[in-house]
Design a protein around this ligand. Structure first.
Ligand code: ADP
Ligand code: MG
Length: 628
């Protein structure tokens, strides 16, 4: 509990004790009234101040104003009736404040859940200087520096292990509770916690570009992307509160006038004023105003604990309507770690061919390039390579030892008008040409991720109508993967621009309230991520561009998290609707009873605080997504 909340709790307790004591203390008349007034001020002074400030700043109609007018009104009536029993006004204020306290506690709690994620923010990085460890601001560490992470410390910056081995706890990032073992040459991402050994890490990124900074940025900005329901509620409150105030005024004035002038009865002003004040208390819109954003907040928080980062409640809302899921192949459904399974029709020695390929590929970040480099296994001498050009969806062209090397698919060969030998193996084929002369091809094959098949099945289970795979790879490979995974449709040999066209076609074919999700690793597909209704990027292996272009990021690249994200969003939206309907129904009912004189101020405050507490408890359910 925060200091402010503790102070509030103290005020609530003092005021409650005083209220009960006053019931038994044998004082009467003015003294009793003054004691009640003191109690009222103890519990409600801040509301009065806020209401006054609101009026001064021209923002008159808020819940502080409603409460201030209602309680002061009840006070005024009691004094007018020369009653010294002022329990009601004090009690209404007291219950209202209890509700507020509860709400601030609940909001604080779910915020803390998100800031547990914020807990991944590293405070320092260790640098070795003259044999001693020195703590420095991670912001000051340059790329390529060596940092040291001891057991129990957070990895502050992305990098590669150059000494030591250890297990990392990545649960704050990915929701994965099994520790990950790392050794020399493994890439590690910031935000994970080093558990066992001392690691020396060579940084590969600036702190600002590191995973941990990216994630924090995402989470911090998430609340500024408002969903339609949230916008609806804040617009609603802006109209609703003044409307209620004017209705209350009408309720206080019109019926008495009708009684006097049309019915010839006594006006009964006090009865109607009391009803109008009750009306004000009932109509307080806090339950909605608080619980809707809280539900989204909790939903996004729950998702991030599972390693699914959702960049805003608008995306959460759209995701809940996901109906078509389109996948990229390499790196998304497959591991993107190719193995060289053959070198064919080579005019050169196989090793030489691989050497040229590896050198030509040395600057590419495509999974194919990484695989060829690791198959080559030796250090690449970058000084031998010049004029590198990567043509997305085709391959690369570069000069190695002064020879013009082209490495890529059949499209690249056709583009360069080089005749090539087609390959009969099922696999991704990298053709190689040296100085415009075909010199053979490398067959590489990729494996599907362990969870891909289950991921597709789960999507079907949760009502996704169509699953499609779009790939730049050869159709033979594409068909094999699609069949193995049970995808509905597949389009192959697409250039990045063709993927956008395909997605646009799919979008135009579907109904308006059906949403299309594209899932990719962002290598060659950032434009599609942006074009889809929802773009989901693979966070661990994906490129920075993808993480930026995407609306949702899967921290551990597990395709099974896609259906999980959809389920989380549906649960959250369901809670939001439950709260809207529940709160409005109860309010409407109470307002009617209040206007007819069946509900007094006590019932009103119970309805208000009760609805709010139930709505908040319901909203917090959105955090619980572990077993969805
Ligand atoms: P996917 O849709 O499967 O993710 P991409 O659009 O990234 O595939 O690439 C499509 C095809 O283009 C690859 O299958 C490969 O044939 C070729 N290609 C792309 N980049 C490279 C590269 N760096 N080296 C060789 N071939 C490449
Ligand atoms: Mg790709």
């Amino acid at each position: 509990m925060s200091k402010k909340q503790k102070k509030m709790l103290t005020r609530v307790i003092i005021s409650a004790i005083l209220l009960i004591a006053l019931h038994f203390i044998p004082v009467n008349g003015v003294i009793k009234s003054i004691l009640y007034l003191i109690d009222y001020l103890i519990i409600g002074y801040d509301i009065l101040i806020k209401a006054f400030k609101g009026i001064k700043n021209g923002r008159v109609f808020d819940e502080n104003f409603l409460m201030a007018i209602a309680t002061l009104g009840v006070f005024g009536m009691a004094i007018y009736e020369k009653s010294d029993d002022l329990v009601e006004a004090v009690a209404v204020m007291l219950f209202y404040q209890i509700g507020e306290l509860f709400q601030s506690y609940a909001v604080g709690k779910s915020r803390r859940n998100i800031s547990e994620l914020m807990d991944i923010r590293p405070d320092y990085a260790n640098i070795e200087k003259e044999g001693k460890l020195e703590k420095v601001d991670p912001d000051e560490v340059e790329i390529g520096s060596v940092i040291i992470v001891q057991p129990g410390e957070k990895v502050p910056i992305d990098g590669i292990v150059i000494e030591g081995s250890s297990s990392l706890n990545t649960s704050a990032l990915t929701g994965e509770s099994l520790p990950r073992d790392v050794k020399v040459d493994d890439e590690i991402i910031s935000g994970s916690i080093n558990m066992t050994g001392v690691l020396k890490i060579k940084t590969t990124k600036d702190f600002g570009e590191s995973t941990v900074s990216k994630i924090l940025e995402l989470v911090e900005n998430a609340s500024s992307n408002k969903s339609k329901s949230e916008e609806f509620i804040s617009k609603f409150a802006r109209v609703y509160t003044p409307a209620v105030c004017y209705s209350a005024l009408a309720l206080a004035v019109l019926p008495p006038l009708v009684r006097i002038f049309l019915l010839g009865q006594p006006a009964d002003f006090l009865v109607w004023i009391y009803r109008a004040l009750t009306f004000l208390v009932i109509s307080c819109p806090c339950a909605l105003v608080i619980s809707i954003p809280l539900s989204f907040f909790a939903g996004i928080g729950g998702a991030s604990k599972e390693g699914v980062l959702i960049k805003g409640s608008n995306y959460l809302e759209t995701l809940s309507k996901a109906n078509i899921v389109v996948f990229d192949k390499t790196g998304t459904l497959t591991k993107g770690v190719f193995e060289v399974s053959g070198i064919h029709h080579s005019e050169l020695e196989d090793a030489k061919l691989l050497e040229y390929a590896a050198h030509a590929e040395c600057a590419s970040s495509h999974p194919i390039s990484k695989s060829i480099l690791s198959a080559y296994g030796k250090e690449v001498d970058r000084s031998r390579v010049t004029n590198i050009e990567e043509i997305s969806g085709h391959g690369v062209i570069a000069e190695v030892d002064g020879k013009k090397i082209a490495a890529g698919n059949s499209k690249l060969m056709e583009k360069l008008s080089i005749e090539y030998n087609p390959c009969s193996s099922v696999g991704t084929i990298i053709h190689l040409a040296i100085d415009g002369v075909y010199s053979g091809h490398i067959v590489i094959s990729d494996v599907v991720k362990t969870n891909s098949k289950k991921a597709i099945a789960e999507l079907k289970n949760c009502g996704v109508k169509k699953t499609v795979m779009l790939t730049g790879d050869a159709s033979k490979v594409a068909l094999k993967v699609a069949e193995e995974l049970g995808l509905d449709e597949v389009r192959s040999e697409l250039l990045p621009a063709d993927k956008v066209t395909e997605v646009e076609k799919l979008i135009s074919e579907k109904k308006d309230d059906e949403k299309l999700v594209f899932v990719g690793d962002g290598i060659n597909d950032a434009p599609v991520l942006t074009r889809a209704d929802i773009g989901i990027a693979m966070g661990a292996m994906g490129s920075d561009a993808a993480i930026e272009a995407a609306d949702v990021v899967l921290m551990d690249d597990d395709p099974l998290k896609i259906s999980k994200a959809i389920k989380i969003s549906r649960k959250c939206i369901k809670i939001v609707y439950e709260n809207i309907v529940f709160a409005l129904a109860i309010k409407a009912g109470c307002l009617l009873l209040g206007a007819l004189g069946y509900a007094n101020m006590w019932a009103a405050i119970f309805a208000d605080v009760g609805v709010m507490i139930i709505a908040i408890l319901n909203a917090i359910r959105a955090l619980r997504v572990k077993n969805l």
